[in-house]
Design a binder for this molecule. Structure first.
Ligand SMILES: Nc1nc2c(ncn2[C@@H]2O[C@H](COP(=O)(O)O[C@H]3[C@@H](O)[C@H](n4cnc5c(=O)[nH]c(N)nc54)O[C@@H]3COP(=O)(O)O)[C@@H](O)[C@H]2O)c(=O)[nH]1
Length: 698
């Protein structure tokens, strides 16, 4: 922008400089004209006039003889002399070129002066011939003087002409320089203006593109002037806008992901699940094929969360999420509803490949049940699953989810690590469950619970050495309700803690009462639920009950299921150590159904191993179960554990257990669980195995 102005300024300076020089030069010339040439011309002209007069007077005198030519000559000679003096007075420096002329004039004057003097020196009348001769001589001088004047005149004119033409030249040069600078200024100005316009247009285009929301344009900054700075600012603005738009998009995508995904596991959340389910149903309607909706709920997860803390609980949920995903196909949906609830949507492929079957569900169960490491500890968790199948179990997502949920509850009721397909009959069970849940909350305060006792008999002596206390709910309308129907509910609602405390207190008090009544030393076993096991200061709590009831610690046996202790082995070992320290007996219930590896048994400070009734049931007929039972007995003995066989119903089963040196038995063969009064009678009657069974004869 400043460039054309700079050029114009330089041109003007050049023009001013050169004009000043020309003017200065002309000034000195004109001064020369004024000071030298003009006086010379004036003097010369004056002298020529004087000579003309002398010549005229001489000629008059020669022709008439009346006038005195000398007087005239003298007068005129005086004038010539004065002019000569003037001429010589001209500054010699300034009139260098006139020196010669002055010298010549000097010579003419001398000649004229000599003639006049010669004439004045003569006396008498002038000789006309000499006067004429003198006149002729002077005429010659006059002519010379005229030529001198012409020469001076031509110099005068030449100098004035030179000055004029130089001044004209200066004006022309000025005009030329002016025009040139104008052209240059205009040229550069136009070029710069065009470049400026081009850049401004680019800036405008970019601004319009940016305004239209497109931030991808490439802005090239080629200069550092104002437009360059404008473009750079635009580029910076564009880049910054692009960055903030990118950031905005990233945050938007994140928000969208967060809105549709579970933050902990990264799985789709309920909203996305509903969407996927809707899509799957729409596809299935077009090309009929079943969809399985599987409701998954972790068994005893609340216990893990409560006892180990939310960090461990979260770690477990993440691992379960990953396992569920790896157990199904990529096209299937695995979503988390919240807490420990997951939902799987498995559409059957139209091509028939990977058709859905119970084996698929079993694979998911197995995947979840694999041991997992959390914070350096090994855990085992299982899940219960309910399955609803589209279109049979519902036409829309909501109904299918509700039915899968109901089926899941039923799976939990029949035992954990299990699955159930939905059937309409389940609805009634769920209603009953809801009713029971409401009433269970008041059962304790209404004193509706009672304990039944099932004898545990020593196989060597045949005598009752202990009993397992088993809770019953004496419902005012429904009658006696089995714990199988409400223990899970009590666990899920947390009511198991106060109910379990009542069981321990009642069992200890009863045992102590029988012992005080002289019915002999007895051991009473109580089942401990997962929630109770997770209670802080469990050992202290039990110790207080023992103090309260006065029962010796070794007369109380705490039964823990295998899956309960295997959920968190490290913690279980710690709690069992505490319990052992206070002196109570510890037994592993349902042994063989869970995940106990034999090596774990060594780590648990237990006293008793209870063989699950599912093995005992078939020992007389099934070779495998018989072998397992024999192995468990042998193993337990090698670990110095007492072995109790549960669910003994037949003499054959009893015979087999005797044969393999089992320590104690419990089962309908000897007695079902009975109320306290009936059990007391049994004790008082001295009922024993030997009265109906001879070990030696088995
Ligand atoms: N946390 C608590 N759990 C408890 C408590 N009381 C009972 N339970 C658990 O409920 C489950 C069902 O118990 P129940 O209906 O009492 O069944 C027990 C016995 O009646 C039954 N049994 C005993 N002998 C036989 C037999 O010969 N055959 C046969 N079919 N069943 C028999 O077994 C159940 C005892 O099982 P276990 O506890 O594993 O020894 C049950 O899981 C109870 O544990 C409680 O107070 N707290």
């Amino acid at each position: 922008m400043l460039f054309p102005l700079a050029i114009a300024a330089v041109c003007s300076l050049v023009y001013l400089g050169s004009s000043t020089l020309v003017l200065k030069h002309n000034n000195s010339r004109l001064a020369h004209v004024r000071d030298v040439l003009f006086p010379v011309l004036e003097i010369t002209t004056d002298n020529v006039g004087a000579l003309d007069k002398i010549i005229e007077q001489l000629n008059d005198a020669a022709s008439s003889g009346e006038k005195d030519p000398l007087d005239a000559a003298a007068t005129i000679a005086a004038k010539v002399r004065a002019n000569y003096a003037r001429l010589r007075g001209i500054d010699a420096d300034k009139a260098e070129e006139f020196r010669q002329l002055a010298a010549e004039f000097d010579a003419y004057y001398s000649a004229a002066h000599a003639v006049a003097k010669e004439m004045m020196d003569k006396s008498g009348a002038p000789d006309p011939r000499s006067l004429q001769a003198m006149s002729a001589k002077l005429d010659t001088y006059r002519k010379d003087l005229l030529s001198f004047r012409d020469s001076a005149n031509s110099r005068f004119t030449g100098t004035i002409g030179d000055a004029t033409s130089d001044a004209d030249g200066a004006v022309s040069t000025g005009i030329a320089i002016g025009l040139l600078s104008l052209c240059l200024t205009l040229g550069f100005g136009i070029a710069i203006a065009r470049a400026l316009l081009r850049q401004l247009r680019q800036a405008l285009k970019v601004a319009q593109t940016v305004a239209a929301g497109d931030l991808t344009s490439r802005i090239e900054v080629t200069s550092h002037d104002e437009t360059g700075q404008l473009l750079q600012a635009l580029k910076d603005m564009n880049d910054s806008l692009a960055r903030s738009v990118d950031e905005h998009k990233r945050l938007e995508a994140l928000l969208q992901h967060q809105a549709s995904h579970d933050t902990l596991t990264g799985l789709p959340n309920r909203a996305l699940l509903q969407d996927r389910l809707k899509q799957a149903i729409a596809t299935a309607v077009r090309s009929p094929s079943p969809i399985w909706i599987i409701f998954v709920d972790l068994d005893r997860f609340k216990l893990v969360n409560d006892s180990l803390g939310h960090k461990a609980g979260d770690a477990m949920l993440k691992q379960v999420a990953a396992r569920l995903q790896s157990a199904v196909r990529e096209a299937d949906t695995v979503a988390r509803l919240g807490g420990d609830e997951f939902v799987l949507v498995l559409p059957e492929r139209i091509d028939g490949s990977g058709s859905l079957s119970a084996a698929v569900v079993q694979r998911i169960l197995d995947a979840v049940a694999q041991p997992m490491m959390i914070e350096g500890h090994e855990f085992v968790t299982t899940c219960s699953m309910g399955i609803a199948v589209h279109p049979n179990d519902g036409a829309d997502g909501e109904t299918l989810m509700t039915h899968a949920d109901i089926a899941m509850y039923c799976a939990k009721e029949v035992g954990r690590n299990n699955f159930r397909f939905y059937s309409p009959a389940m609805d009634a069970r769920i209603l009953e469950r809801l009713r029971l849940e409401g009433e269970l909350r008041h059962a304790l305060e209404r004193d509706e619970f009672e304990l039944h006792y099932q004898p545990q008999v020593d196989l060597r002596s045949g005598r009752i050495v202990g009993m397992e206390s088993l809770i019953r709910w004496n419902h005012p309308e429904l009658g006696m309700i089995s714990p199988a129907r409400f223990i899970t509910l009590a666990e899920e609602t947390g009511l198991i803690v106060p109910i379990g405390a009542w069981v321990i207190r009642t069992a200890c008090a009863q045992n102590q009462a029988w012992q005080r009544a002289g019915l002999g030393r007895l051991r009473v076993a109580v089942n401990l639920s997962a929630r109770q096991f997770a209670q802080k200061n469990l050992a202290e709590f039990i110790m207080n009950i023992l103090d309260e009831t006065g029962l010796a610690a070794e007369d109380l046996e705490i039964e823990l299921t295998e899956s309960l202790v295997m959920t968190d082995v490290e913690r279980a070992v710690g709690v069992l150590d505490d319990l052992k320290r206070i002196g109570v007996q510890l037994s592993i219930d349902d042994f063989g159904t869970g995940y106990s590896s034999l090596s774990y048994l060594k780590r648990f400070p237990i006293h008793v191993l209870k063989i699950d009734q599912s093995f005992v049931r078939d020992i007389a007929t099934g070779a495998d179960d018989a072998a397992i039972v024999a192995l468990i007995i042998s193993l337990a003995h090698s670990l110095k554990l007492n072995v109790i066989a549960e669910g003994v119903e037949t003499p054959e089963q009893l015979a087999y257990l005797n044969l393999h040196d089992c320590d104690e038995m419990q089962g309908y063969f000897f007695s079902k669980p009975v109320p306290a009064e009936a059990f007391e009678k049994m004790l008082r009657s001295g009922k024993s195995l030997s009265s109906g069974f001879d070990r030696a004869s088995a």
